[in-house]
Design a protein around this ligand. Structure first.
Ligand code: NA7
Length: 558
């Protein structure tokens, strides 16, 4: 069936569960592309989306200053989705802000006529595999039900918010917000006293904007980050045209790169250069703004502490230059972890914000927050009275949402039980005991260590390719062999152990959630290397996966 002929034709009687070939959970970048790709194969597809609109991350994260840290020209669907959209869409800024990215995703949705297969306000609360029927049975929060042969999660990596359980948190009489579930109508902080808890990439974007309105902002910092200047600016059409003229090459380069960006990686170590030789290299990247600082200066920061020390010190020296009060600058200068072992936020005016008289930085490391009171935040014996508290405290990343969906495989095995000591996957895309469950940007795939659209495109196309292969070979199910899964987990851990990443407390290793297994969640072997591995698996007839055919044809579904 061609793309345009495809319609979702669920076989549902009144009061019965609808049957689909595939159910996709989530309507962000990955869910939209997965829907499009499965439609092209002629499958009946239903997307369930918890929100009342498309956009995923860009639907939920509407806090002031929210924008993408990847350059917008590389943060979009490629010609693999639609040549036409690529030609028509133009970004207005170097890093697009949330409203523009949401508009883009809505534009794509309408242009590709995706909405008709998406059910909004549909939260999946259980997904149980029935081995007899070889189908996934889905239940929604509103009692709705459906079944499908393939279950594909497109739930994003940062979609379960984390609010620390501060004593007294429910007693606060003012307004409380988590940045990841920001009110759609926005929040006016004019004249208000505001506490912002957290100094990750989100707070780094939000604080400068909140400070422009608020009477006073107290920023509660537990760990300072190595914030790199984003140097956001309006995009002139010339630049966009230049990128478009070259997009096939650029995106191919991004696909084959380590982090999903088409930058010029130079294989060299900072330790082989003198301080005088390093300085102009650092300065040039700093002036350029963005991840060039990590990617185009020296290439061994993640594996060589000595090399890392040089860039870490450079960033600290820049912070000291930007912040007027030396004591505040010292507090903002990270010393407890190496550069890039936590996600370095891009800043656009964050450090300068601490030069404002209405902004105060507080050290929540040496004196942790004691409690939330009806009037504010108590720390170090002092009560900071505020009208609003903004929790920029991050997410239960990579697994939080998956575990909240009630995913249960063969023999009643729940995903959170199988992954009790850490994720066990084959290629991050599949896991044994859960036939025909595919996870987009799951743990042990490059996911958040890549510019996301590049990782998503590869995951989606590989899953679609596998589903196509099953169809062409009269096969029903795919599930990793134990040995293949064990080998992938071993490889993943080996690659992770060769880096400095496991030594730093970050959400990449689950350290932000009490009790979460400490392991590197994203795959750090590089998006390009991962692509080659996956391609190789596919070329060998999906080596490592057990592909089976329904024994009793009469019971064949989908
Ligand atoms: P992050 O990066 O997880 O940041 C959360 C922040 O909240 C971070 O500074 C935390 O400090 C802080 N936090 C968390 N719990 C506490 C408590 N109990 N007390 C004080 N401070 C706390 O989330 P973001 O939303 O900023 O960014 C997530 C990703 O989105 C980002 O990495 C990009 O990939 C895009 P900590 O560092 O844990 O000491």
């Amino acid at each position: 069936m061609s793309e345009n002929q495809t319609t979702t034709a669920p076989r549902a009687e009144e009061g019965q569960a609808a049957d689909f070939d595939a159910i996709v959970v989530g309507a962000g970048f990955s869910g939209l592309y997965m829907l499009h790709s499965l439609r092209k194969l002629g499958l009946s597809v239903r997307v369930y989306e918890q929100g009342d609109g498309v956009g995923g991350t860009w639907y939920w994260n509407r806090y002031p200053g929210a924008r993408c840290d990847s350059e917008s020209v590389y943060y979009m669907f490629t010609d693999h989705m639609s040549e036409e959209i690529l030609g028509e869409w133009n970004w207005s800024e170097r890093y697009a802000a949330q409203p523009e990215i949401l508009r883009y995703l809505e534009f794509v949705t309408d242009k590709m006529d995706l909405r008709r297969d998406i059910q909004f306000n549909a939260k999946v609360v259980s997904a149980v595999y029935d081995p007899e029927r070889r189908r996934w049975d889905i239940r929604l929060a509103d009692g709705g039900a459906a079944s499908a042969r393939f279950l594909i999660t497109a739930v994003g990596c940062l979609s379960s918010t984390n609010t620390p359980k501060f004593p007294g948190i429910d007693t606060f009489a003012g307004e409380s917000y988590h940045t990841g579930t920001w009110p759609h109508e926005g929040v006016d902080f004019t004249g208000k006293r505001v506490a912002v808890i957290g100094t990750g990439a989100t707070a780094v974007q939000a604080v400068p904007e909140i400070a422009k309105q608020a009477a006073h902002v107290w920023v509660f910092q537990r760990t300072p980050n190595y914030d790199i200047p984003g140097r956001n600016r309006p995009l002139d059409s010339g630049y966009a045209e230049e990128v478009k003229a070259d997009y096939r090459d650029l995106w191919q380069k991004a696909r084959e790169s380590g982090f999903g960006l088409p930058y010029q990686i130079v294989e060299r170590s900072a330790v082989d250069y003198s301080p005088e030789e390093r300085q102009p290299i650092f300065e040039a990247a700093w002036a350029k703004g963005g991840f060039y600082m990590g990617l185009e200066t020296f290439s061994d920061y993640l594996v060589n502490r000595e090399s890392n020390d040089t860039v870490s010190e450079f960033v600290r020296s820049k912070i000291r230059e930007m912040v007027n009060d030396p004591a505040v600058a010292e507090l903002l200068a990270p010393k407890d972890h190496p550069f890039f072992t936590k996600r370095p936020p891009l800043e656009n005016g964050y450090y300068e914000t601490f030069n404002r008289p209405n902004v105060t930085l507080l050290d929540a490391r040496s004196t942790p927050i004691e409690e939330i009171t009806p009037h504010g935040v108590r720390m170090d014996g002092h009560e900071y009275e505020v009208d609003a508290i903004v929790y920029a405290t991050g997410f239960d990343a990579m697994t939080g949402t998956l575990f909240g969906m009630g995913i249960t495989g063969r023999d009643g095995l729940r995903l959170q039980d199988k992954w009790r000591d850490g994720p066990l996957t084959y290629l991050g895309l599949t896991t044994r005991g859960f036939p025909n469950l595919f996870v987009i940007t799951g743990p042990q795939s490059p996911s958040v260590l890549s510019n996301m659209p590049v990782a998503i495109e590869q995951n989606v196309e590989w899953i679609a390719g596998l589903i196509q292969y099953l169809g062409e070979h009269g096969l029903d199910t795919a599930e990793p062999a134990q040995e293949a899964e064990d080998k992938w987990v071993e490889h993943h851990n080996q690659v992770a152990s060769a880096t400095l990443l496991l030594g730093t407390d970050s959400w990449w290793v689950g350290a932000n959630i009490p009790g979460k297994p400490r392991t590197l969640y994203p795959y750090v072997g590089g998006v390009g290397a991962f692509r080659s591995l996956c391609q190789d698996v596919a070329e060998k007839g999906y080596e490592g996966l057990v592909l089976t055919k329904e024994a009793a044809p009469a019971a064949a579904g989908g």
